[in-house]
Design a protein around this ligand. Structure first.
Ligand code: ZN
Length: 343
């Protein structure tokens, strides 16, 4: 599928496909990263995703409120989500304009409009109302945006191709991109995920705009989404795994419980070169940070491999090779091929 090779932001370009590590400014491990005691995630990727609800009301809010970039030693694009997903989980409802102003104050390079992600078991009439609210919120934000340097992405939802088509038809023109949510409850159903994402992809490219996919990127979807030409995607698997003391295996790309196995597989990343299992197992924030960065290194290494093989037209061979150790990569890829080859 067609895709946009570069997304221009006020803090540099994002070369696509790009994986954005999800970051927060909450506690422990984030202090270690901000102080650069361990190399932070934002130094390893094209751009970073910050979740608004994990910035707001934190001890760092005051420091970042007049410009996020001041907190970091280098300027790279920052994408700030709307916090819709966390708001839904916490049961709070934000005012879309208030969210937009907060994103503008932070000087986000890309911001997503406030949305109302739809859980799985909701009556149809109820969720159509939620979709309508997300649409209204997106159009209202577009009309009221003040900071033109900030790219504004409309959130997109829908549980069928028809609903996604309807959703796009209700959105005003003028968004800089689209960001698809409500996919997390379906994250293991590759067939449905790919069907929905592929619809959103064709509608966003018709408008000449990039598409971001929220929250479903493990390795199988990293492969599938990149092949589909999705411009950006995010993941915090690297971090969640580190909370559970899980080490991502460089070959199988699966999470290894270090305490269970008692050892770690060999890895040539810059963290593992200098550290051993005991450096990852400690109870403080530094070992967690080491582990998170090893995990992220594996994601970034795969992302680079994917880019190389897409360029050389040898993606099929890469999938074959990876599938020897991880069948799910092939499974997701087989669903994707049905859509991509349709063109
Ligand atoms: Zn490593």
């Amino acid at each position: 599928m067609e895709s946009i090779p570069r997304i221009k932001t006020s803090n540099g370009d994002i070369r696509t496909p790009a994986l954005l590590p999800v970051c927060a400014l909450t506690y422990g491990v984030w202090d270690v990263f901000i102080e650069e005691k361990v190399i932070p995630p934002w130094k390893l990727s094209e751009a970073t995703m910050f979740s608004l609800e994990y910035v707001r009301n934190t001890k760092y809010e005051e420091k970042v409120i007049n410009g996020f970039h001041k907190l970091f030693s280098d300027n790279k694009p920052i994408f700030v989500d709307s916090g819709g997903f966390q708001s839904m989980k916490k049961g709070i409802e934000r005012d879309p304009i208030d969210v937009l102003r907060f994103q503008e104050k932070l000087k986000a390079d890309i911001a997503a409009t406030f949305d109302y992600p739809v859980p799985l078991k909701v009556e149809r009439t109820e969720y159509m109302k939620m979709l309508q609210k997300s649409i209204d919120s997106a159009n209202l934000s577009l009309e009221n945006r003040k900071r033109k340097k900030m790219l504004l992405y409309s959130c997109v939802h829908g549980f069928s191709e028809e609903e996604i088509e309807w959703y796009f038809s209700k959105l005003d023109y003028g968004f800089d991109g689209y960001a698809m949510g409500s996919l997390v409850p379906r994250k293991n159903d590759y067939k449905t995920l790919i069907e929905l994402i592929s619809k959103a992809k064709s509608l966003s490219i018709e408008r000449g705009k990039p598409l971001h996919i929220f929250g479903v990127t493990g390795f199988p979807m990293l492969y599938a989404l990149s092949y589909m030409g999705i411009e950006t995607m995010d993941s915090w698997t690297y971090l969640v795994a580190s909370v559970y003391k899980e080490y991502i295996h460089p070959e199988t790309l699966k999470r290894v419980k270090m305490r269970k196995t008692g050892h770690i597989p060999s890895c040539d990343c810059f963290i593992c070169k200098d550290h051993n299992i005991n450096d990852f197992l400690g109870g403080t924030s530094v070992p967690q940070a080491y582990l998170a960065i090893h995990n992220l290194n594996i994601f970034m290494k795969e992302m680079n491999l994917i880019k190389e093989h897409l360029k050389d037209n040898s993606f099929d061979q890469l999938v074959e090779l990876k599938s020897k150790n991880n069948q799910r990569i092939k499974k997701a890829y087989e669903h994707v091929k049905k859509y991509v080859n349709k063109e």
